[in-house]
Write a protein of this length. Sequence first.
Length: 649
Amino acid sequence: MIQVNKFLNKALWLILALITLSAIVLIRQFSPYIPDYDGLDYFRVAKLMNGWLFSPSDHKIYMQLANEALAVAYWPISNALSVCISALFIQIIDTNLLPSLINSLYLFLFVSYLTKIKSVSYVFIATLLLCSHTFFFRLFTTLTTEFSVGLWIFAFLLTLNSSHERRGIYLAVLTVLGLLLRTLDVVFILMSVSAYNLIHYALWKNRQHIFTSLSYVGFTLILTLPLFFQHYKTTFDYVYQTSFGATAASWKLMSGVSDRYDVIQQYIKFLFLYNPLVLLAAIVMIIFSFYLKTISKRHAALVVGSSLSVCFPLLMASSLNIMVVFWVYIALLFIICELGFLIYNDNVLRINKLYFPRSGVIKNGILVGFLVAFMFFMYSSWDYEVPYLKHQSNISKIAYEISRVIDNEEGTPTIATNYAGIGPLNEVGLSWHRSDILFNGGIDDIYSKNKHPSDYLVLKGSTNFFITAHDTYFFPSFLGINDHIKETHDLFTLKSSEFGFRKVKEISGGGRSFDIWYRPGVQVYLQYSSYGDNWISRNLPIKIGAESLCSGEKVSGKLYFSVNFPNPSITNYKPPFLITLNDKNSNNILSKALVNNYGDADVILDVQNISCGEYVISFDNSFSTNNDARNLSAMFVKLEGAIKFVDIK
């Protein structure tokens, strides 16, 4: 038996190493590759945290934001632990490989923990089943929460149903870990612990055991309440919205889900897509465990009840997500492992003694069968992922080319698209190639039912990039997502001059084409930019557009900005104040405006037929004080440009 354990132990770690190596080979083959969808948002937060961790001067900015209403956005309700890890290593590890390495860490920790409370045989089988679903590499190579949460659910259920002497301590640690992985895990904790204790009390009436479970988990949640209270509130709002609110209605409209029965049907459908045997195997195990007289019916009921309870939150929601089915898959996998080993130990070993002189024959046969099935499903997963990663690689290359064009514009550009929610091609994905994020300047509602193509042309005045896909490349039309892309592209091509845009680039790849339209943005350069000290002198440099994108075209439009003129009670400093727009190297006045009072003032400068380049906003009056000898004029508050190209060719 010891020799078998040694063999399984070596085989287990070898398989984990091969899985990691396979993921690295896949990613390397199809780089560049950016983590998809919500993973992009997590990486954006990682970039913010990375700046905080490695730039001490930004620390107070980060802490200030953490105390405001946007704190959830900066301490993410999902994937917080993965974001922290990526923030630490993002500068020294390839972005493409980082998600796979983080998930490898989770998988190695998962296996190491399981070997502390279960036999190596159990862990070996559980790991093979865990890694044998069709979309395994889909989860393993992205920074989405489904993979890590799936591992955590299995470990939490295993600990909850175990009789280990340190069971309570392990439950407390796993509770904190679950909250760090995804704050939504508090729902799974409450559901599984409640179901386990109710079933345990109904079958055994053991109040001491129930008190132990509730005390360790309950006290952990109470002690972490000050840190996670805001996230608990956000979790409640999210669960409510996806179950009963506007979000649920949107998902119903999009996916055709009309009631809970439809949700169950969809989960069953996708379970067979993941691994067509897992649901059938779970049902067979449940039937066997309740049929065989040597199996404890109470224990089987406890395993089944506590496992299925973690699926209940998913059935409450009206939204469907193929990846989230992995959580249901994990619950069924736990049933298979727990009941399977219960049947195996109570019956198969007894049959071995009756019919086989060497009891290892059936054992080894079962292990070989699992290995063969594992290799088959891993091959299927690889086969699924090759076209998926190839698609992602093409999209990432397009995103990189688009970002190179946008990078010509200084400051923080504002972009709009005729599509939305498309992973590496949305503003989050494009900003990944930049040192700064991008502002969204158009409609970002992906649901296109009951919409007209012109709805997507409602742009903010400060929008200076509009990216149009030539056709609907991303979703089938029956989903009702972005299915006006072609019409919007054709309409904007006709009306681009009305909006003041000119086409600066067409980018194609993988059978997909995108146009980049541009109108000049405006960047202001403050002399004193420390926080709380935004005073400007008499001459304020600004830049209108990027010469490389304007290509010599003339522009016209209006500069909207706000200034605050203080009242220092100095005789020579008083209204009216003259504000002018001048050439950089001359006193030629291109536009001017008067401000007649102290305090805040909104200013509009009208510019006509000027070239893109550097200019100066000048103030005719300035002052100094005994405490500050600088030549000051006003506090610059904000600036927006609605500059358009004229005489579009």
